[in-house]
Design a protein around this ligand. Sequence first.
Ligand code: ADP
Ligand code: MG
Length: 383
Amino acid sequence: MRVSNPYRPGFNQSPAVLAGRGEITEAITEAFHVAALDGRTPRPILLAGSRGVGKTVLLERARQIAAEQHAWISVSVEVHPGRPFTPVLLARLAEAAQLYDQAPPNRVDWRATKATITASLAGIGGQAEFTRAAAAITPREEELETALKSVMKAALPLDAGLLLTVDETHLATEDELASLAALLQDAVTKQWPFVVVLAGLPSMQDPRRMVTYLERGEWHNVGLLASTDTHEALTGPAAAAGRPMDQDAADYLTTASGGYPYAIQVLGHHAWRASSNADQISLTHARDGDHAAQRDLAAGLYSARWKDSSEREQEYLAALARLVIAGGHPIGADVARTLGQRPSAVTYLRARLLQKGTIYTEGRALRFAVPGMAAWIDSQPLD
Ligand SMILES: Nc1ncnc2c1ncn2[C@@H]1O[C@H](COP(=O)(O)OP(=O)(O)O)[C@@H](O)[C@H]1O
Ligand SMILES: [Mg+2]
């Protein structure tokens, strides 16, 4: 019997097992308790991390907690480059107010799935309308406050509140972030049950751009998974789907993934496919799956990261890749030497690549987020 593949390769796909994020989900759960039980507005939660570490799925988890544990409605916005998110946020808040207005007084009757409203700017209006909206926008603090007030007016008699999630926050302008911060400060004064979770690339932590109020929020770095958590993320879905993964297969895939959540799902997916005729996933299946997964990652992740790097950054990556393949634990000074430069002359490259999440440090050693990227870079024709 064909069992469908339990891994979820690709962005915005919630994994079957959300491994290694206990601390963050607890922080989110706690924020709901503060809002729903203590009657205070919790500090905003901010999730910063590079692409593919699982920020968006954590926002989804927050919406799930809101709906399932508290029967709260969620409003979600995703920021897109060069477009304001406030118009959509206003529209979604109005919808949320309406939903609460229409809700049966007994919240036990609600269906959890109905308690989520997701908005993406792309879905609304046309491109032309957006350009006009963009030109017309000024920070609309009062409008936002009025809109949130309507939601609260409808929610409070039901003993409910509101979750707001904002994804790709690093793309938001300072003006819009300032309006959002003002909205939150207003909610704090009124002690509204309002939980806010923001996610974005590490660049959103830049103090020159981040508004002070949000800076004082509760920050969490979303990073690579530890190896025990990676193991769990790999073995959990297979076991639940009835085709368990052997220990050595899981060890092999754990190493290959580097603990990078996106790669974990791609590797799991291909190992599952490679084992379609078996009743468990063996080391051989893991190896075969790894080959297919590396092709998959090369076409997507590796080349995207490579193209996203400047010429200097590419030189840095190529030098690092050579050193890694030669089998050592290169540190920044080794890469500089290979490039024939003083370390201080190339630390900015190291810093940029770390910020993007293409590489990371383990002690002083530099590593690729996904180990296979070193071999891929090394196999690239030089031009
Ligand atoms: N904690 C986790 N355990 C296992 N897989 C995860 C975890 N978090 C995310 N993933 C997987 O990683 C991929 C990227 O997740 P996503 O939330 O889109 O990342 P981001 O928003 O940070 O770019 C998805 O395939 C998802 O299933
Ligand atoms: Mg995302």
